[in-house]
Design a protein around this ligand. Structure first.
Ligand code: SF4
Ligand code: SF4
Length: 237
């Protein structure tokens, strides 16, 4: 079986709904600036997504209730663990076929100053042709909007890559309007602009830290995920 198909089948068998391969050449400069020169060894990326359960995402307007916040938090944690397991399997498969790989964990803030990981999962998913980036800075899939969590495996394996999708948000700004601490500016995604032009992440963190004072150990909001009409229309599960 062709390597890309083999990897895709493995990912789906382990619970993934989305799988694609990205050519990173167009974003090389930004990638090296974010993660470091060592990422130069990886011209492509596998992007893998698991759908979040609609039942709990639909309840996020009640995120200030402990039972909802804790259930969503547990789902988030479990999905991240599943993603990392899939990525580990794909990474090992690439190595077995003689290629380099680097697993970028589903949820890891390696850069605590700028509050981000060494590589953007959304960028990989976008370049793999799995969705576009909305004004909420989330990856929006045509199938279920932002109701997806992502993981990435960087590699040098030669594989057919996807083509980025064009932005399908239109005039909608529901995610921007729904954010309790007004963390979004409303600007559309533009790869040449820094994240700060669209998203004041500190406002999001401060708001969720405030919620944690009422529900210890849990910092859940997710309104920007809940309201997206693309996710609401086309349910994941
Ligand atoms: S999780 Fe909540 S606070 Fe954070 S950006 Fe989304 S809507 Fe705003
Ligand atoms: S809520 Fe609207 S603007 Fe925000 S990502 Fe979804 S479609 Fe795009």
């Amino acid at each position: 079986m062709e390597l890309k198909n083999l990897l895709g089948h493995k990912a789906v068998d382990m619970g993934a709904r989305f799988f694609g391969v990205a050519d990173l050449a167009v974003a090389k400069e930004a990638i090296l600036e974010q993660g470091g020169e060592f990422l130069n060894a990886f011209p492509r990326a596998l992007s893998v997504g698991i759908a979040m359960s609609d039942r709990i995402v639909d309840l996020l307007p009640r995120h200030k209730e402990a039972i909802i916040a804790r259930t969503y938090d547990y789902l988030y944690y479990t999905v991240n663990q599943s993603l990392d397991r899939i990525a580990l399997r794909l990474s090992a498969t690439l190595n077995e076929h003689g290629f380099k790989s680097l697993l970028v964990p589903a949820s890891d803030r390696a850069d605590t100053k700028n509050i981000r990981g060494i590589f953007s999962h959304k960028l990989a998913a976008n370049l793999a042709g799995l969705g576009w980036i909305g004004p909420s800075c989330m990856l929006i899939t045509p199938e279920i909007g932002p109701r997806v969590r992502w993981v990435t495996v960087l590699t040098d394996a030669p594989m057919k890559t996807g083509l980025p999708l064009t932005n399908g948000c239109g005039d909608c700004r529901s995610c921007v309007e729904s954010c309790p601490p007004n963390a979004f500016t409303g600007r559309s995604f533009d790869p040449s602009e820094p994240r700060e032009s669209r998203f004041n992440i500190q406002r999001c963190i401060d708001y969720r830290n405030l919620l944690e004072k009422k529900i210890p150990g849990v910092r859940v909001c997710g309104m920007c995920v809940n309201v997206c009409p693309i996710g609401k229309k086309k349910k994941s599960a």
